[in-house]
Write a protein that binds this ligand. Sequence first.
Ligand SMILES: [Zn+2]
Ligand SMILES: [Zn+2]
Length: 312
Amino acid sequence: MNKALWFLFLVTQFIYSCSHDRVKNKNYLTKYIVVLVVDGPRYSETWGDFSHKYIPFMDSVLAPEGIVFTSYYNLGQTWTTNGHTALTTGYYQAINNGGQELPVHSSLFQHWLNESGNDQKEAWIIASKDKLQVLANCKDTRWKNKSMPSTDCGISGLGSGYRHDSITFKKVIEVMNAYHPKLLLVNFREPDFSGHQNNWGNYLVGIKNSDAYCYEIWKKIQSDPVYKDKTSLFISNDHGRHLNNVQNGFVSHGDDCEGCRHINLYCYGPDFKTNTINSSTHSLIDVHATILELLHINGATSSGQVMRDIFK
Ligand SMILES: [Zn+2]
Ligand SMILES: [Zn+2]
C-alpha cells in the first residue's frame, strides 16, 4: 500500500471510530420517562434529615437502586408553576403562578410528540393542581396549540381547583395501564398544601404519603413488562420552603433563601448508576436537558446541562 492510500485508510478508520463512538454513546436503553414532582417539601425534612424518617421508601428501597442528589436547586422563582415550567421547558421563567399564563418556551412534550409522530395518548401531564395544565401549551407561536400532551389536572382541568393526591395516584396507575405513556409528568400537591395551612403534622404526613406514592409508582415500573428495564424515573420537587428564621418559616416559600432553593432529586433507570450519592451541583433545568438527551429530542433547546455524571 502506498503512502497516500495508507493515509486515506487511517483517516477513514478514524472517522468511522468517531461516528461509531457517538452512536454507541447515544444508544440508551431508556424508552420511557416518568417525572414525579412532590410539591414543596423542605430538604431539611427529606434527604437533609439524616434519619430520613419521613421518606422511608426513598431511604431503604429507592436510594440503593438509583442516584440521590445532595446539591440540587431551584435557581428560578421558587413557586409551583415556575418550578414545573423549568422542568418542562428547560428555562427559568417569571411565569404567573395561578395558571393564568402559558410558558414562553415550547415544552419537551410538544417537541417529543412532534419528532416521534406519536399519538397524544403517549404523553401525559397528571397533576393534583389544576393550574399545571398550562404546562401542556406555550406562547411561542410556532408551537402554540400544537403537539400538546394529554392532561388530567385538578378536579376537572384548569380553573377547577386542586384535588387529593390519592385521586392523582389512582389516575396515574390507570393511565399507565391503559396507554403506557412514554413521557409522563406527575404532580402531587402535598406537602405544599398542608404547609400553607400552617399544619406541621399534616405537612409531615404529606411528605410520607408522597414518598409512598413514589414508591408505588417505582414498583409499578418494576412489575409492568412494558416499563421494566426501559424506564427512567426522576423524582423531584418544584421548590422548598422558607427556613425557620425566614418570614413564616415552613408555612410559605417564594424567595431565594436556602430553604426555598435547596430541593431533592432522585434518578433511577437502566442507563444510570445505582447506589450513588451525587454531590455535584445541578438544578431543575438540568433534568430537562437530560431528558432531551435520553429521548434524542434534537429540535428542542435547553438552558440546562445534561447530567453526564449520572450515566453508567
Ligand atoms: Zn406553595
Ligand atoms: Zn424562602
